[in-house]
Design a protein around this ligand. Structure first.
Ligand code: HEM
Ligand code: NAG
Ligand code: NAG
Ligand code: NAG
Ligand code: NAG
Ligand code: NAG
Length: 324
């Protein structure tokens, strides 16, 4: 495990010193900010417990790491609700979150929030898939309400670059964050329904999306025929489907982004001088991508977290507000 991971026990002496300088103050209460060592006293093994459950789940489900990071993304953006339109029939991984929660409740009852479980699980999922590690900031509380309609503000696969930039900047996330976080699509699966318009009727033109590479289009048309099952699954990154690497960007460079929202980052006229150069940079340097991805995950994990105990709680069951 790399020194930058959030298991402070395996950090070097220098790393420990640095952590003390950067995150020395770990306040609890209304004015709290997130910090790395939030559970060091109350649940010191939290990170290792989550990791064990994830490794076990991965034995029978290679897709689970991708599914878990997506849950964290939706939770950060909108405290999203399992059955709302972008999630219903699409978000997965809830039984594994339940298993993590059960293991943590055994070790330290009532301590670790479900929002923090998702943040920790996202980091472990990326790291175990070959991606970067980072120190996860912790101390979120779970919402006491569940926002069904907020999920409608999530970015959509048909959004153009301008709308994607608006939805991110609305949350103080800039173009680097947008491009880096979209790199989450370097692993995981996607249903045919999210590409059929690009294959057969782009923007209502009855023509394919002209930015889609023609041999990739032929490949996807076989997998997703016009009247096929809209829920059939495809790899988001067919070159290395389960590895966290920079192939998301090298695919986009050759017009093989899966979603319209992926290819927009490079091919939109508005991408010139904004997101396209960032795609180029990450395609050319996996190290640059990894460094930005880690920072952007921290930025995304810091969106309006609930830390005031009067506004939130540690859920006992991640699927329900306590007492409901
Ligand atoms: C930029 C805007 C984004 C859009 C429009 C978008 C859209 C989508 C869509 C439509 C799917 C397929 C869902 C399905 O077939 O059921 C998907 C899957 C996925 N997304 Fe995103 N996404 C975005 C950003 C992100 C971010 C920021 C992350 C994480 C950092 C992420 C990680 C994933 C992963 C890992 C999957 C595969 C999940 C699995 O296999 O279960 N996405 N996304
Ligand atoms: C979610 O999807 C299921 C199965 O397609 C459907 O029965 C249910 O009504 C949907 N829920 C909502 C809130 O749309
Ligand atoms: C969500 O929006 C719908 C339609 O705009 C509205 O009828 C419903 O009351 C809203 N639900 C919540 C929980 O706000
Ligand atoms: C992007 O989409 C929005 C909403 O559909 C639309 O109003 C806008 O004109 C589009 N922008 C471009 C540059 O196509
Ligand atoms: C920006 O966020 C607000 C709520 O915080 C929401 O009402 C609005 O629709 C969002 N705008 C976009 C473009 O997503
Ligand atoms: C193509 O899309 C347009 C606009 O969404 C729709 O009116 C039309 O029926 C679609 N054509 C086919 C063949 O599905």
């Amino acid at each position: 495990m790399a020194a930058a991971s959030s298991s402070s026990r395996s950090a070097t002496a220098a790393g420990v010193l640095l952590a003390m300088v950067v995150a020395a103050v770990c306040l609890h209460g209304a004015a709290a900010q997130l910090c790395e060592d939030y559970y060091d006293d109350t649940c010191p093994d939290a990170y290792d417990i989550v990791k064990q459950v994830l490794m076990d789940a991965h034995q029978s489900d290679t897709r689970i790491f991708a599914s878990l990071i997506r849950l964290h993304f939706h939770d950060c953006f909108v405290q999203s609700e399992k059955e709302s339109p972008p999630n219903n029939g699409s978000a997965r991984g809830f039984p594994v979150v339940d298993a993590v929660k059960a293991a943590l409740e055994d070790a330290c009852p009532g301590v670790v929030s479900c929002a923090d479980i998702l943040a920790i699980a996202a980091e472990i999922s990326v790291e175990l898939s070959g991606g970067p590690s980072w120190g996860v900031l912790l101390g979120r509380l779970d919402g006491k309400t569940s926002d069904f309609n907020g999920s409608l503000d999530l970015p959509a696969p048909t959004d153009n670059l301008t709308v994607l930039q608006q939805k991110f900047s609305n949350l103080s996330l800039n173009d680097v964050d947008l491009v880096a976080l979209s790199g989450g699509h370097t692993f995981g699966r996607v249903q045919c329904q999210f590409v059929t318009d690009r294959l057969y009727n782009f923007s209502g033109t009855n023509m394919p999306d002209p930015t889609l590479d023609s041999s990739y289009r032929a490949f996807l048309s076989q997998r997703c025929p016009r009247n096929g099952d809209p829920r059939s699954l495809n790899d988001l990154d067919p070159t290395t489907p389960d590895t966290f690497d920079n192939h998301y960007y090298t695919n986009i460079e050759v017009n093989r982004g899966f979603l319209s929202s992926d290819q927009e980052l490079k091919s939109s006229p508005q991408a010139q001088g904004t997101t396209a150069p960032i795609v180029d940079q990450f395609a050319g340097s996996q190290d640059a991508f990894f460094a930005s991805f880690a920072q952007s995950m921290i930025n995304m994990g810091n969106l309006r977290p609930v830390t005031d105990p009067s506004q939130g709680e540690v859920r006992t069951n991640c699927r329900r507000v306590n007492g409901s």
